[in-house]
Design a protein around this ligand. Structure first.
Ligand SMILES: Cc1cc2nc3c(=O)[nH]c(=O)nc-3n(C[C@H](O)[C@H](O)[C@H](O)COP(=O)(O)OP(=O)(O)OC[C@H]3O[C@@H](n4cnc5c(N)ncnc54)[C@H](O)[C@@H]3O)c2cc1C
Length: 391
């Protein structure tokens, strides 16, 4: 590690390492890059505890475009990076279902997605039964199925791709915790580590995930981002052979389920009033017993007899303003770039966000996808970007 870098990235998981990856590939940026990561095992970060699922079924054009780039990146990874790009992409799709209550919104979102080239189809209950005969359509009026590009992948492999490639192109990584920022005249001049070391920098990037606000505070700023616990339950089903061709499906009440090897993963976001800021990893089974299991049994008759085999907790970096990304600097500090607040859709956006923040740092603007409506500056105006397809 040197005493000074052009760019210092705080947090080396999906977002921080994707930014490092794209900076290291820039043909116009000869600068030096350091990634500071406090836990290089990456066992407690959102990235590796996530479901690593990707969809284009959003309501906001910028989120749809971000996923489109990420899907392209993921699909081409094997051809571009060889075995390093083998990230286990399973393109089984997303099936988002709606009751009569949500059908109008689902149809409207479908139209927006279609206008941006998304390959998906609206399905009536009869069409759902034809494709997925193991699923009950009770209470479902309409569903939308991604036909291409949606599915899930292995988050460790994607992270490993970013890190390995970035390192091979000269990015330095250090295992250390950032404890403070040196800020003067509206500029971050350096970063201080818990072990007392200091590193000067031309600019800094906050890629600290659920800890994003603690980094912002070091620069005298406040981000509306807090850790919110999300629990993933793993279950087995005796009659799993019946569940063929399963996409990741969402019940109209928000419970999701998808296959993973011989098992299934499921979960649901708790109601807003039961979703406090929380940074422990304790697993509670209340949501599973009271909401998830009854929902699954109602939706898939074969799931009436299931066995819970595991569960884990991770954290969303929950943006309380509008649950969307907060990108770029927040005045008056001009060279602290935020890449935070992704809530439940950060790993799928990581290729697009890595490229976008690298462009912002090297050119001063978003060049490929215009992410300006997700700029962190909206915190100051209170302008929100509402995404209705958020779970
Ligand atoms: C249960 C669950 C399911 C999810 N499912 C999906 C999904 O299906 N699809 C999807 O797109 N997204 C999903 N997400 C969200 C996704 O995981 C995150 O949005 C994404 O991983 C964010 O990546 P990140 O790099 O910003 O944060 P993180 O992965 O949390 O990484 C932040 C890093 O910063 C480091 N750090 C923090 N503070 C410091 C410091 N002071 N000094 C040095 N290092 C520091 C941490 O150690 C950590 O490694 C899910 C999240 C959870 C919890």
């Amino acid at each position: 590690m040197r005493a000074s870098y052009d760019v210092v990235i705080i947090g080396g998981a999906a977002i921080g390492s994707s930014i490092a990856f794209f900076l290291s590939r820039s043909t116009t940026f000869p600068g030096s890059v350091l990634v500071i990561e406090k836990d290089p095992s990456y066992t407690k970060c959102s990235t590796t505890l996530s479901l690593a699922s990707i969809r284009q079924q959003f309501s906001t054009p910028v989120n749809i475009l971000a996923s489109a780039f990420s899907i392209d990146f993921i699909k081409k990874a094997r051809a571009k990076f060889g075995t390093l790009g083998d990230i286990g992409f399973d393109e089984s799709g997303y099936l988002i279902t709606a009751s009569s209550h949500g059908a109008t919104a689902l149809r409207a979102n479908y139209k927006i997605q279609q206008s941006l080239g998304t390959e998906s189809a609206l399905l009536s209950p009869e069409q759902i039964t034809q494709r997925f005969p193991w699923m009950s359509t009770k209470g479902i009026e309409l569903a939308c199925l991604g036909l291409s590009g949606e599915g899930w992948f292995d988050p460790y492999s994607l992270l490993n791709l970013y890190i390995s490639e970035a390192k091979s192109r000269g990015v330095h990584y250090v295992a250390a915790e950032v404890s403070d920022l040196d800020v003067s005249n509206g500029q971050v001049k350096g970063v201080r580590l818990v072990d007392g070391r200091k590193i000067s920098c031309g600019c800094a990037v906050n890629a600290a995930g659920p800890a994003a606000n603690s980094i912002a505070t070091m620069a005298g700023q406040t981000l509306p981002v807090e850790p919110r616990k999300r629990i993933v339950y793993v279950f087995d089903c005796r009659e799993k052979a019946k569940i063929t061709n399963s996409p990741l499906f969402f019940d109209p009440n928000g419970v999701f389920c998808r296959p993973e090897g011989n098992y299934f993963l499921t979960g649901v976001s708790p109601p807003e009033d039961q979703d406090p800021t929380c940074d422990d990893f304790d697993v509670s089974y209340d949501l599973f017993e009271n909401i998830i299991w009854p929902t699954l049994a109602n939706r898939v008759p074969a799931f009436e007899a299931i066995k819970l085999v595991n569960a884990w907790a991770g954290h969303y970096a929950y943006n309380t303003l509008d649950q969307n990304a907060l990108l770029g600097p927040l005045p008056p500090v001009s060279n602290l770039y935020f890449a935070n607040g992704f809530s439940g859709h950060g790993i799928q956006q990581s290729p697009a966000i890595g490229r976008a923040i690298a462009e912002l740092i090297t050119t001063g603007d978003f060049m490929s996808i215009d992410f300006s409506e997700l700029s962190a500056e909206r915190i100051l105006t209170g302008h929100t970007v509402r995404e209705t397809n958020i779970f």
